[in-house]
Design a protein around this ligand. Structure first.
Ligand code: ZN
Length: 215
């Protein structure tokens, strides 16, 4: 994160165009603001990538609604609690983008939003699990939260596993392993296991570049 010099502003007239998604939704964003928040964009716009020539960045594989949340966050509008499946996917996409754009604070902000949303509404869709596991590394706090959250539900709320959920489990892979591990932890750990959506905010944060939690 590089601060601009005293004579320039994060909202200076210099803008870049970011094209998001397969249909290339166009966003005009202040260049200094993008580079201030994200080393991914400052590298892209400093000429390390071919996008430099036409002052544009192309993100064909990213989620447009999630990118809208990212832009809003840069302009000081935090993400709201997701109350629809599409809004939840956008929030998950925001987390995944924060990882790609190297913005630790935004990862933590979006994690808080994901947890608050599942706290309001426990229901989840299998595509949310698949989306997380297809787009995050093994050590991701988002994976850890999702596995904990889904292990906590059946054990504590005595909720039944849906047919769709069992289908995801039958496919095996990382999610099945994480879910089994979280279930064992909840079964044999604390007498009254903590609710992952109500744990302290910092439990699922990442603080590799920030020394203390500011959220
Ligand atoms: Zn924290």
């Amino acid at each position: 994160m590089g601060l601009p010099d005293s004579n320039s502003s994060l909202l200076s007239e210099d803008t870049v165009t970011v094209y998001v998604g397969r249909k290339r939704k166009k966003f005009h964003i202040h260049k200094a603001l993008l580079c201030y928040h994200s080393s991914f964009f400052s590298k892209a716009l400093d000429g390390l990538f071919k996008e430099h020539e036409d002052r544009a960045v192309y993100l064909p594989d990213d989620n447009v609604e999630g990118f809208v949340l990212f832009v809003n966050w840069m302009y000081n509008v935090p993400p709201q609690i997701a109350s629809t499946p599409a809004a939840m996917m956008a929030l998950l996409a925001l987390y995944i983008m924060a990882e790609k754009f190297c913005i630790e604070e935004l990862k933590n902000v979006s994690m808080d939003g994901v947890r608050a949303s599942y706290r309001e509404n426990f229901e989840f869709y299998t595509q949310e699990i698949e989306y997380i596991y297809d787009n995050t590394p093994e050590s991701s706090p988002l994976r850890r939260f999702m596995a904990d959250h889904l292990a906590y539900g059946p054990l504590v709320r005595k909720a039944r596993m849906s047919k769709n959920f069992l289908q995801v489990m039958r496919r095996g892979g990382d999610f099945a392993a994480d879910f089994a591990s979280a279930t064992v932890q909840y079964s044999f750990g604390a007498a009254r296991p903590p609710n992952p959506t109500r744990e302290s905010n910092c439990t699922y944060h990442e603080h590799k570049s920030s020394k203390t939690c500011s959220l």
